[in-house]
Structures are given as structure tokens and as C-alpha cells.
Design a protein around this ligand. Structure first.
Ligand SMILES: [Cu+2]
Length: 152
């Protein structure tokens, strides 16, 4: 049964003018059969998968990493700069009390509870200047906590 099925497939492959529409659409090789089943007719063409030799274009995405320390009341560094399309990885922590690091436009919202580093990533998909701000009330200067992400 299985052998006959393979033979049908083989005939169908060897003779393109055969009316394939008589073969049910769901007729495929049983998954249990290895790809290199020896067939006695000896006319089997090796199944060469059509894999493109070209490397896939990566869009030249570059990873940019930054370490940012939050403190009352600011960030160090207070400005970071990347290019549009870069993957931005930020590792941040707090020097003193809990702070946040939020860039609304890129959906980034990190909680920096203490000196334990926290890492987050996003893609700087659009050019411009964006603020990173504290999202956890941390004292009288909370609203002054601001840094700038420049996407060129
Ligand atoms: Cu704060």
C-alpha cells in the first residue's frame, strides 16, 4: 500500500503531463517514511530541497547596548543616540530609591527597584527625539527626571 503510493508519486513526478488532478489533494508522503526510501526501479531522483544559497537580508539591524543608572533626580547618561532601525538594549538600575525608565513611544517601561540591573529591548523604528522619564514616584524631583533618546 505504502509502496504503491510512492510509485504513484514517482510516476506523477517523472511525467509532468500526467493528470495530477486525479490524485487527491491531501495525498502526501506519510510522515513516517524517511525521505530517502530506496525504490527498486532505480529511477528515483534525489529530493533536493530548494534552499536559496543567498543569506537572508537582515535589514542591517544593529544591536546597540546602553547602561543607564537612575537616581534622584536624573539618569546617567542623560542622552543616548542610535540610528533608525537599531535594536536598542538598555540595562538599567537605580542608585538609590525605586525609579522607572519609560519611553512611551516605544512601549518601554522598566521598573528599577534597586541596584539589580534590569534589561529590556526595543527597535528604534522611527526617527526623532524621545524622552525617557521616571514612571515611579520617587520624590520632589520626580517630574524632573528626564533623559533623551535620539534616533537619527
Ligand atoms: Cu521617579
Amino acid at each position: 500500500m505504502r509502496w504503491e503510493l510512492l510509485l504513484i508519486l514517482l510516476v506523477a513526478c517523472a511525467a509532468p503531463e500526467v493528470h495530477v488532478d486525479r490524485v487527491p489533494a491531501d495525498m502526501r508522503e506519510p510522515t513516517g517514511v524517511p525521505a530517502s526510501v530506496p525504490i527498486s526501479s532505480g529511477d528515483q531522483q534525489p529530493e533536493v530541497p530548494e534552499v536559496s544559497p543567498e543569506p537572508q537580508p537582515e535589514g542591517e539591524q544593529v544591536l546597540k547596548t546602553f547602561e543607564i543608572e537612575a537616581f534622584q533626580f536624573g539618569y546617567e547618561p542623560s542622552t543616548i543616540e542610535v540610528n533608525q532601525g537599531d535594536r536598542v538594549q538598555i540595562t538599567a538600575w537605580s542608585r538609590d530609591v525605586p525609579h522607572g525608565l519609560r519611553i512611551r513611544e516605544f512601549g518601554l517601561n522598566m521598573e528599577l527597584r534597586d541596584k539589580t540591573p534590569v534589561t529590556a529591548e526595543f527597535v528604534a523604528s522611527k526617527k526623532g527625539e524621545y524622552s525617557y522619564r521616571c514612571s515611579i514616584p520617587c520624590g520632589h524631583g520626580h517630574r524632573d527626571m528626564e533623559g533623551t533618546l535620539i534616533v537619527k
